[in-house]
Design a protein around this ligand. Structure first.
Ligand SMILES: Cc1cc2nc3c(=O)[nH]c(=O)nc-3n(C[C@H](O)[C@H](O)[C@H](O)COP(=O)(O)O)c2cc1C
Length: 181
């Protein structure tokens, strides 16, 4: 099983990273895991140039390897803190770069835009003592997942990091999510 992690936090040891680790620790031994670190790679933003409306290419070539991994993946793990009720800018840029699959599906009539079906898990972390932030991210991601031929199997929305809400119950949920991929 090819698993692609799309990691949106600048912190390597924050709640997002810890929740991801709990999931990865519970993945089966046959999982082959690739990581895309949004802060490390800082994808260029989509410029709506519309080249993808007519051809199977993005005119920006900074994440060609990512597209390849995305298309070949069996499972996707999206991990993100909540920034202003949205994804942090580098992860938002990556998601916007998936516009080429919208163009494939609706402009070039490629159905499905990505042949290989996928399962997906979304992990979020936010400071406020409210589920709302994670739910906003889930809402934003769902239409994109449809384009990616991916089915959201499980969400883990950790909230309350500003007041150090204990992570343990959420770690357990993240660990259990491995079984849904
Ligand atoms: C620029 C910025 C914007 C943020 N916006 C929100 C927000 O809208 N809602 C919220 O609950 N937390 C917000 N936070 C807090 C983070 O979501 C929170 O600290 C989270 O636990 C960070 O997780 P991480 O350390 O795993 O990256 C924001 C933090 C930053 C730096």
């Amino acid at each position: 099983m090819r698993v692609l992690v799309i990691f949106g936090s600048p912190h390597s040891d924050g709640p997002s990273a810890q929740l991801l680790q709990a999931l990865l620790d519970s993945l089966s031994d046959n999982a082959v895991i690739s990581h895309f670190d949004c802060y490390e790679r800082a994808p260029l933003p989509c410029t709506d140039c519309r080249a993808c409306f007519v051809g199977n290419r993005c005119t920006l070539n900074d994440i060609d390897d990512f597209y390849q991994q995305l298309e070949n993946a069996d499972a996707l793990i999206f991990v993100s803190p909540v920034y202003n009720l949205s994804f942090p800018a580098p992860m938002k840029a990556l998601i916007d770069r998936m516009q080429c699959y919208w163009a494939a599906r609706f402009k070039r009539k490629v159905r499905p835009a990505i042949a290989k079906p996928k399962t997906a898990v979304l992990i979020t972390a936010c400071g406020n003592d409210s589920l709302e932030g994670g739910q906003f991210l889930e809402l934003q991601l769902k239409p994109v997942l449809t384009l990616l031929n991916a089915r959201l199997m499980q969400t883990v929305h950790y909230f309350g990091s500003d007041k150090n809400r204990p992570l343990e119950p959420f770690l357990k949920k993240a660990s259990d999510a491995a079984g849904r991929l």
